[in-house]
Design a binder for this molecule. Structure first.
Ligand code: NAP
Ligand code: MG
Length: 504
């Protein structure tokens, strides 16, 4: 039996934000949707409405893009000295740091996630992200080159490059790590002198609205950051298609990402897409099982499996298969389901009832195919609780083993050789993350080179870092976020050539 979040536990700050009127944040002002429509915001632990957000219309999307465009063309922001932009980013980091607890509470109520998780990943990680990326504001540079130009031997040329902000960025984020994703999109925009219109997932828009308020409070100029809330199929699509947008930075599902790439191609907008995954976790013959078994459980059950890189396909050397399977099953059965605000909870409800129904269908399909399934049951009562599942004996090509589920559902397979493991691991349309567990350094290197994934972990899983570029191979994405590459992706490079009279 599970219970719902106890709202009397949250801070006054979080409570007053949740109860406040929520509008669209355009040109430094909060305003309702032009046609007054709103969307319900629900606490996944109870299924009850906790707030309403504005549902942006075409007119609102146009106003937001217009504000972002004006903030770019009036030059004050673009021409601001880099150290001042850096200082604003550090001030924003400090403002978030001062509100870590209430931001985590808001995120937990809105997304359902564990408070320890929202504190670490949605509230604290953005502070580090802003501090890391802030330094880039004053470190952007071009290069100079010595040119040959062999067909004009009587002249001397020098070549150089300069970086400019890419322009108005349309950022669209999913519901699984809402504030973290919003800041990951915002930080390179601020560092490079771009402007942004952010559309968070409609289920989890609250912290993005608070983030916009904090941006205004620390003095980020009006129009630089705009947040429109609304539905993906309307506000999201209109934003992506808007001619005033120069670049799209999207994180979400492969299906929506494909539509965005098609739409962006028509107007040659720049884009990067961080998409879905079905990431393998490989426990080799030389793995340390004391590390690998809890590691595998954490890789799939962390954030209730609602992670793009969740280790949802576990491949285990036949020698260890039984021990690993029973070890992971034991951990899964021991996890305490409960509301995110309760510090004793170890597994929170899924993001919504609709999402839980989708997750359950995948587990049912595996049962119907005759797989050996433990857990994987919807819990009676309010909220969207779902017990963690371990599925064994499924054909690796079965849709449950191939499609992204985005829930606490692990498919386990055994292998006899490293070659077989690599073939199985790569047998997917996705290529986001992969991990290999081994005590043998040569084995780790072999897997690292052979796995088709944007990130490969060795004896760990799901570790992302601000300094490390992140992106997907195959249908898991296009382009990179984070690290130097993620910042530079918000600039356009112009090449220059100067002709000089030949030196005597
Ligand atoms: P989603 O359905 O693709 O939605 C993502 C965002 O796109 C939401 O803000 C959504 O708005 C919006 N959207 C929907 N349709 C749109 C359209 N036609 N045009 C423009 N925007 C549109 O994904 P999700 O269900 O929120 O999140 C789960 C997915 O995100 C998973 O596939 C997961 O792997 C992926 N993800 C990837 C990464 C990564 O870095 N690679 C990280 C986290 C999550 P609404 O909320 O209103 O629908
Ligand atoms: Mg969705």
């Amino acid at each position: 039996m599970t219970t719902a979040n106890d709202l009397s536990q949250i801070s006054e700050k979080a409570r007053s934000f949740i109860h406040s009127q929520k509008g669209l944040f355009i040109d430094g002002q909060s305003r309702p949707a032009s046609d007054g429509s709103t969307i319900s915001v629900v606490d996944p632990s109870s299924g009850e409405e906790i707030a309403r957000i504005a549902d942006a219309s075409a007119q609102d999307v146009d106003a937001a893009v217009g504000a972002a465009r004006r903030a770019l063309t009036d030059r004050a922001w673009v021409d601001m000295q880099p150290y001042r932009r850096e200082a604003l980013m550090l001030a924003l980091a400090a403002a978030i740091e001062a509100e870590v607890e209430s931001l985590a509470e808001i995120e937990t109520l809105n997304s359902g996630k564990l408070i320890a998780n929202t504190r670490l990943f949605d509230a604290e990680l953005p502070v580090h992200s802003l501090r890391y990326v802030a330094g880039w504001a004053s470190r952007l540079n071009g290069e100079t080159m010595n040119l040959s130009v062999p067909y004009l031997p009587d002249l001397r040329f020098s070549g150089f490059t300069k970086r400019y902000p890419v322009g108005v960025v349309a950022a669209i984020t999913p519901w699984n790590v809402p504030l973290c994703m919003a800041v990951w999109k915002l930080a390179p925009v601020l560092a490079t002198g771009c402007t942004i219109v952010l559309k968070p997932a409609e289920q989890t828009s609250l912290t993005a609205l608070r983030l916009a308020e904090l941006c205004a409070e620390v003095g980020i100029p009006d129009g630089v950051i705009n947040v429109i809330t609304g539905r993906g199929a309307s506000a999201g699509r209109m934003l992506v298609e808007h001619p005033g947008v120069d670049k799209i930075n999207f994180t979400g599902s492969t299906e929506v990402g494909r539509g965005i790439a098609i739409s962006a191609a028509r107007s040659f907008k720049k884009y990067n897409l961080e998409l879905g995954g079905k990431s393998p976790l490989i426990i080799t013959e030389t793995a340390d099982l004391d590390q690998a078994i809890p590691g595998a459980a954490w890789a799939i059950y962390g954030n209730s499996g609602q992670n793009c890189c969740a280790g949802s396909r576990m491949l285990v050397h036949e020698k260890h298969y039984d021990a690993v399977l029973s070890g992971v099953r034991e951990i899964a059965a021991s996890l305490q389901l409960g509301p995110g605000l309760d510090p004793a909870s170890q597994l929170a409800p899924l993001s919504s009832r609709m999402h839980r129904d989708r997750v359950a269908l995948h587990v049912d399909a595996a049962r119907a195919a005759g797989a050996d399934v433990s857990g994987g049951e919807a819990v009676d009562g309010p909220g969207s609780y779902f017990t963690p599942a371990v599925i064994a004996g499924l054909d690796p090509d079965h849709p449950t083993a191939q499609e992204e589920i985005f829930g606490p559902v692990l498919c386990a397979f055994s292998f006899t050789s490293d070659e077989e493991a690599i073939t199985l691991a790569n047998q997917t349309r996705f290529g986001l993350g992969a991990s290999v567990w081994t005590r043998d350094i040569d084995c780790a290197d072999r897997y690292f080179d052979a796995l088709q994934a944007g990130t490969v972990w060795i004896n760990t899983h799901n570790i992302l870092d601000l300094a490390l570029p992140f992106g997907g191979d195959k249908e898991s994405g296009v382009g990179l976020e984070l690290g130097r590459e993620g910042v530079l992706a918000h600039t356009k490079l112009r090449s220059g050539v100067k002709a000089h009279p030949k030196m005597r």
